[in-house]
Design a protein around this ligand. Sequence first.
Ligand SMILES: Cc1cc2nc3c(=O)[nH]c(=O)nc-3n(C[C@H](O)[C@H](O)[C@H](O)COP(=O)(O)OP(=O)(O)OC[C@H]3O[C@@H](n4cnc5c(N)ncnc54)[C@H](O)[C@@H]3O)c2cc1C
Ligand code: SF4
Length: 594
Amino acid sequence: MQSPSAPGPQVDLKIVYDAIVVGSGAAGGMAAHVLTAKGMKVLLLEAGKQLDTTKELKSMEWPYDHPRRGEMPPGYHPLGMNEYNVRNPPYAKDSKYPHVESYVQGWNGPDYSKNIVVDEKDHPYTGSKYAWVRARCVGGKTNIWGRLALRLSDYDFKAKSRDGFGEDWPISYADIAPYYDKVDLYLGVSGHKENLPYLPDSLFQRPNKLTASELHLRAELAKMGRVLTPYRAGVTTDGLKHNKYRSKCFGRGACDRRAGGCDIHAAFDSPTGLIRPAMDTGNLTLRPNSTVYEVTVDKSTGKARGVSFIDTESGKTYEARARVVILGASTLESARLLMLSKSSQHPNGIGNSSNHVGHNFCEHVMGPGINGLVKDLVGKPRTLDDGRPGSFYLARFRNLSDKQSNFIRGYGYEGSSGTTMIPGNAFEALGFGTSYKKAVRDYAGAYISMGAFGEVLPRYENGVSIDPDVKDKWGVPVLKFNYHFGDNEKKMAADMAVSAKEMFEAAGIEVVSVNREILTEGWSIHELGTSRMGNDPKTSVLNQFQQSHDVPNLMVVDGSSHVNASCQNPTWTIMALCWRSCDHVADELRKGNV
Ligand SMILES: Cc1cc2nc3c(=O)[nH]c(=O)nc-3n(C[C@H](O)[C@H](O)[C@H](O)COP(=O)(O)OP(=O)(O)OC[C@H]3O[C@@H](n4cnc5c(N)ncnc54)[C@H](O)[C@@H]3O)c2cc1C
Ligand code: SF4
């Protein structure tokens, strides 16, 4: 394993690259990997800085070895739930704190991720309430993601055919399955086969072990036809012989102690999983601190010519040119770029003749969940349960063979339990002094909790647009949100709490608390759908290979292409789709069709 911070070849702005990739997260990193492996010369422009996360994350540092027990320095403020609930963005405007960061910086050990997430003061947005979490550095949000790596199925790709809402995707599971396999094998994913048609299995490496309470709940849920499975983690548990930048997971129990991040890169992150291997081909040029603010257009053809970008340190602007421009700046940033790129050929923003860019915005609704106590485990000897990169996932069970009367689509739960180094719920034990300490120890391994992630329907009226009146630190107009949960999400959320309680009660788990409140829009960090794929250029932005219907040498390979959100976490699908699209565009370029 090597440090991931080595520089690449020099940028040459006089040449025409085969491809420019914008953004270096899951999407951009994957595009860079696939295209450079095919011998294409790729320029990767990343708005954020180059960070050496191997040094930055310090996953194994104990709170008492840190001067502030992992807290950020004075002057840094993480936004709290109430700030999102009560106020409207821009949330950092007029804040007395020099630095304001998103809510994930309110979790344990925020000092280690403070340079990864953005400072809201530099990156404002306006409009409706939205808890937007962004990471601007090489690797983007993959440096701290939660790694739940799930596949979608035809229950998602063909959801409209099942319930009539929205649109079907222009692909089916059979089209993407070989690419999910490639992602699994190249990056590593741990899990347990369940043979579920609505949550397809990956090519799994060694799964996490379930705890005693999880095994008990799994067995009880099986009687109800529901499936609790070990957390499907985008983590290599067996190791990857082809990647010298990543180690296998040693179950160091560090996953649970921070917002995210793994300093030995057992958890997938784009810099070590994709970008460093791409650099080793000699075909990749990475330029950090390069914020793209426009896709430039060849006036004679209307095709993409390249991109204009700002050096975020010097403030100087440049143009880079390429045969194909690939946006992977994340769902909302790519939509922003398309809308910012207005020209006489594309007066509505490039690729936006359908007027669908920024619309059909969807994600996951969160909040409802449950906390329970497995009484048989109180006072039992402690077990090592946080030596694993995740706990469990309870797969969707609504609107599969049944039909709910008041909402469509479904939700799954992410959960956790067991004895961990930091004993979580047990801090709420009653007592004082020695008896309190004993109570904390006795109860530490006996709690089990889970929270739901539900599909938010893609609706045309939910979206983002450019706010011409507000600009970011570099003078680029920002996004304005017009995005609200609807009736379906609210009814689904009510059901999440009811069914969580039913399941715990059926399993004989004492219900300690049930949360019924919905968290602010955006909390899931799974934004999707703002440039959706489709067969009809009038109602979609991209074709099935994520190429713009209007501009064939322009692609958008991040979550903006998703036609619906499903209830499964999106990152594995983003990378599988991107791999498929880049295979296709490389062929098309070779044939001279792009
Ligand atoms: C705490 C946390 C937990 C998560 N948990 C999970 C999970 O368990 N499972 C899951 O599937 N997903 C999870 N996610 C979401 C996951 O991280 C994203 O789905 C994934 O990173 C999206 O990849 P992306 O490439 O589209 O965007 P990003 O990873 O955000 O990368 C986009 C990159 O583009 C750069 N960029 C933006 N604008 C520009 C511009 N104008 N010019 C140049 N560069 C630009 C950014 O700086 C960034 O580096 C989580 C995210 C977070 C933060
Ligand atoms: S448990 Fe595994 S994936 Fe998590 S931080 Fe430790 S080594 Fe990395």
